[in-house]
Ligand binder design. Structure first.
Ligand code: MN
Ligand code: MN
Length: 341
């Protein structure tokens, strides 16, 4: 119903509405698989690796097939980029021209322990695909994604579905962030989070920080100093910040979206580019954070918006600092002061 209203208001066109609808269908299927994986024998490795070097779990492979098929079935997308395939997947010539990028299951290493996982996607505006006749089909598709300068500013829809104690879809089409909870009895996503805004961190609320603290010795010294600064109360008299970390992109982002605080995903000595992928993880989440009144940045001073990064590779990685606007801005101020020392 929400989607129909968005279409009526002109916030999404008919093609995008069909794409979003099919994403929802794909995620319902994946949710069911995640919830029953141990009884279906779907735990464990598929004995293959994806482009990013992650070991693929059986569910990575199956979920990818579901997601790709759901997108191809819409006949409204031109190119599909998925974490699980090295090259973009082209769709028939008769299809539309949206560029759909997704991670069918994020956090698949958590599945065997029933820790939250999720699917993340970004739908990029149609662009002109200038095809060089000398290119093979795969190179042509990759250029099609990259030539059209698909930074996060070109997103027309971003969202994720989290598979946790509830299956929740959070979505933006550029007019705020809305949340829908899957009602298993009817199989419908029902509007449950209206116009979500990331709470601002105050002396009393939203005092959370997150990130892989096990890596803190590999972070830049000023990032380590920032963590100590939060542990010491952040200088606002509110007491030490509470540390929360799941280690699953969607779960950590979802908590940050609803409870506020800051989530640190800096580069480190072993991953100088960061670990999360720009097109289908960082840019969609950055766009959602901004749509929810928060901020998402990167860079040595944490003052460059992640949605402005233009990808050079479809599986490009990016660091990210995301959360309550005041926290992300506070981090940038802190780093500026540290650098000036
Ligand atoms: Mn994945
Ligand atoms: Mn992922």
């Amino acid at each position: 119903m929400w989607l129909f209203k968005q279409e009526q208001r002109g916030q999404v066109d008919a093609d995008l509405a069909v794409i979003i609808n099919n994403i929802a269908v794909a995620c319902k299927n994946i949710s069911n698989l995640v919830a029953t994986a141990p009884v279906r024998g779907l735990v464990g490795l598929a004995e293959s690796k994806n482009k990013s070097g992650d070991e693929q779990k059986k569910l990575d492979v199956i979920s990818n097939d579901i997601f790709v098929a759901a997108m191809a079935d819409t006949a409204r997308s031109a190119v599909i980029v998925t974490e699980e395939e090295d090259v973009p997947v082209g769709v028939d010539a008769l299809s539309g021209d949206y560029i759909v990028c997704f991670d069918p299951i994020d956090g698949s290493s958590n599945i065997d322990a029933a820790v939250p996982t999720g699917s993340i996607w970004g739908v990029y505006s149609p662009g002109e695909c200038v095809v060089d006749p000398d290119d093979d089909a795969e190179a042509a598709l990759e250029k099609c994604v990259l030539n059209t300068r698909k930074s996060g500013e070109e997103l027309v829809c971003a969202g994720y579905v989290m598979y946790s104690s509830a299956t929740v879809m959070m979505l933006t089409v550029g007019d705020g962030v809305y949340g829908f909870t899957l009602d298993w009895s009817t199989g419908e996503f029902v509007l449950s989070h209206e116009d979500v805004k990331i709470p601002e961190t105050t002396e009393r609320a939203g005092r959370f920080y997150s990130g892989n603290q096990g890596n803190v010795d590999k972070w830049a010294p000023e990032m380590r100093a920032y963590v100590e600064h939060l542990q010491g109360g952040g200088g606002d008299g509110g007491g030490p910040f509470t540390y929360r970390y799941i280690g699953a992109l969607v779960g950590d982002f979802h908590r940050t979206l609803l409870y506020g605080g800051i989530w640190l995903y800096p580069p480190d000595a072993s991953a100088p580019e960061g670990k999360a992928r720009l097109l289908y993880e960082v840019a969609p989440m950055g766009y959602m954070a901004e749509q929810a009144g928060g901020a998402a940045t990167w860079g040595p001073l944490a003052n460059e918006r992640v949605v402005e990064v233009v990808p050079q590779h479809i599986h490009q990685r990016s660091p990210m600092f995301v959360g309550s606007k005041s926290m992300v801005e506070g981090l940038a101020e802190f780093l500026a002061k540290e650098h000036a020392k």
